[in-house]
Design a protein around this ligand. Structure first.
Ligand SMILES: *[C@@H]1O[C@H](CO)[C@@H](O)[C@H](O)[C@H]1NC(C)=O
Ligand SMILES: *[C@@H]1O[C@H](CO)[C@@H](O)[C@H](O)[C@H]1NC(C)=O
Ligand SMILES: *[C@@H]1O[C@H](CO)[C@@H](O)[C@H](O)[C@H]1NC(C)=O
Length: 507
């Protein structure tokens, strides 16, 4: 299986790649960020590279050539859901605090710091999520003198675009922490503009200097004094693998150093364990699957909401499979089965599934249409409302905001989605789009990672604008210059008139 592509590559003149030594740093307790990409990491090992995976989540079934370096799990207190739910502005401040605190805690984790200090392996490539919370770790690519590839568990925002040298459009690119779609009114574009400006400013003026200080304090090695600034190193990453794809998002311009691998988590053909298969097979009225994700749990959900949701589920004639962190919930209706975990891809792929009720995280909003399942979205914070509005616009979902949740609104929305065929039809159409790709996302990820290794960092992919400062990238210097040229004659005129006026007075 491996031989044929290798021969093909030789034939078309691509230098075949020898096995490389790859370091993956993922020390943060951000499982939902890492887990979609683990498929790529494993595949690298399967294809013969030595992979060192530094994280609190060692693999249960590591492939050959895989080395787990297990580091301590750093517990974190998530910002109160309420702060994050207060809209994009307060979300940014909360996120900023969250990342700064978490990074510092990781730097105090003994096993991780020991690894950084004592590991003497020479690597060929560094893979990490350097654009989210873990910026300082990019210094390891300087220490090792190797290129860095960043993986990013979310789609584009202006800040990520700026780091990769991609197009930054403050008014047109809907911010994924906003409630907007790619079709915005004037006022929405104005609001979107301010959200995007806030994002850029908070990162540029507050967040990055803070992370730079952490880097300088904690990552030291011979020669660290002379390394480039944190921002310069981040803007020098060779490649960004992004959990985004136009088939489950809006089409956006991407430069060749940004590789969309969205849809990775949408596995198909996953076998359903016997127990769940029986439940699904026997659900005569069909199955409603409800999962509000791992961040929302019995401690975090706004008061009264669980009761409302359960009462609504009790009204349905369907079998309801609900993922929740506590299996014993008072007043649980008979048709509701609560578990701490469900084999989600298998559940979504079963013919008896009717609807997925989701908080609209990126993975849910990809996995549902991938399996052709319509969604009822209940978004709470971050990119969830953005994803929900997308599902709505694409016609395979309905959105209910937390403050719109009542027993009636939930039942009505569920019944509407199940009874009106267009939701299912649009979900199936999306599924067909999602699976119509020249290369599966995992293969294109591997190809481009190896490309970076083959071409020693692939400097030729790096956009020249990555050497310009933020104000130059945004064209503020040009705007100011033109403005001053336009304004100068008026200033001149005003001055002249004043002179005349005083002269006339004196006379
Ligand atoms: C991969 O690991 C094996 C076993 O430790 C070692 O023999 C081999 O040289 C390594 N390959 C590279 C490219 O470092
Ligand atoms: C459940 O089934 C009954 C009897 O067929 C029907 O009258 C009722 O509308 C159904 N409820 C919902 C929420 O679909
Ligand atoms: C950018 O990365 C290349 C390797 O890909 C390295 O040679 C160069 O020194 C780096 N420059 C900066 C400013 O980090």
């Amino acid at each position: 299986m491996v031989a044929l592509p290798a021969i093909l590559l030789l034939f078309i003149g691509v230098v075949p790649l020898e096995a490389a030594n790859i370091l993956i740093l993922a020390p943060m307790p951000l499982y939902s960020h890492t887990y979609a990409f683990v498929a790529i990491f494993k595949e690298l090992a399967v294809r013969g590279h030595n992979v060192t995976f530094v994280s609190p989540y060692p693999l249960k079934d590591p492939p050959p050539n895989w080395r787990d370096v297990e580091v301590g799990y750093v517990p974190y207190t998530a910002n109160s859901i309420k702060t994050m739910m207060d809209g994009p502005y307060s979300f940014y401040f909360a996120l900023n605090d969250f990342c700064k605190t978490l990074m510092e805690k990781v730097f105090q984790e003994k096993l991780f710091m020991e690894f950084l200090e004592y590991d003497t392996t020479k690597y060929d490539l560094l893979l990490l999520e350097s654009h989210f919370c873990q910026e300082p770790l990019i210094a390891i690519s300087h220490k090792q003198k190797i290129p860095a590839v960043t993986f990013q568990a979310m789609s584009l925002t202006p800040w990520y675009s700026f780091l990769s040298g991609n197009e930054v459009s403050l008014h047109l690119q809907p911010n994924m922490r906003s409630p907007y779609t790619n079709r915005m009114s004037f006022l929405q574009r104005l609001h979107n503009f301010f959200i995007n400006v806030l994002e850029l400013c908070i990162h540029y003026y507050d967040y990055i200097p803070h992370q730079q200080a952490l880097m300088d304090k904690y990552i030291r090695y011979p020669g660290y004094e002379n390394r480039p600034s944190l921002l310069d190193m981040l803007r020098n990453t060779s490649l960004t693998l992004m959990d985004y794809h136009f088939s489950v998002g809006y089409p956006e311009p991407l430069l060749p150093n940004v590789i969309p691998v969205g849809g990775l988590s949408a596995k198909i053909g996953e076998k359903l364990p016997e127990e769940f298969k029986n439940i699904m097979d026997n659900a005569k009225e069909g199955v409603v699957y409800l999962n509000f994700g791992s961040v929302l749990n019995s401690k975090q959900l706004p008061e009264g909401m669980l009761e409302t949701v359960l009462a609504a589920m009790g009204e349905l004639n369907h079998t309801v499979l609900m993922k929740w962190d506590q299996e014993n919930v008072p007043n649980k209706p008979k048709n509701v089965l609560i578990r701490k975990w469900y084999p989600q891809p298998g559940i979504l792929a079963h013919p008896n599934i009717r609807i997925f009720i989701t908080h609209a995280g990126l993975h849910g909003i990809t996995e549902a249409p991938s399996a052709g399942v319509p969604v009822l979205c209940v978004p709470f914070f971050a990119d969830q409302e953005f994803n929900s509005r997308y599902a709505e616009q694409a016609g395979f979902g309905i959105t209910l905001l937390p403050n719109e949740l009542t027993k009636e609104s939930i039942v009505n929305s569920v019944v509407k989605i199940i009874n009106e065929p267009r939701y299912k039809e649009n979900a199936v159409a999306r599924s067909n789009i999602l699976h119509d790709r020249p290369t599966p996302p995992i293969d294109s990820a591997i190809y481009w990672i190896e490309y970076v290794i083959r071409h020693k960092g692939a400097k030729h992919l790096r956009p020249a604008r990555n050497d310009l400062s933020l104000y130059e990238v945004l064209g503020i210097d040009i705007a100011l210059f033109i403005l001053s040229i336009a304004v100068l004659p008026f200033l001149f005129l005003i001055l002249l008139c004043r002179r005349r006026a005083t002269k006339v007075k004196q006379d």
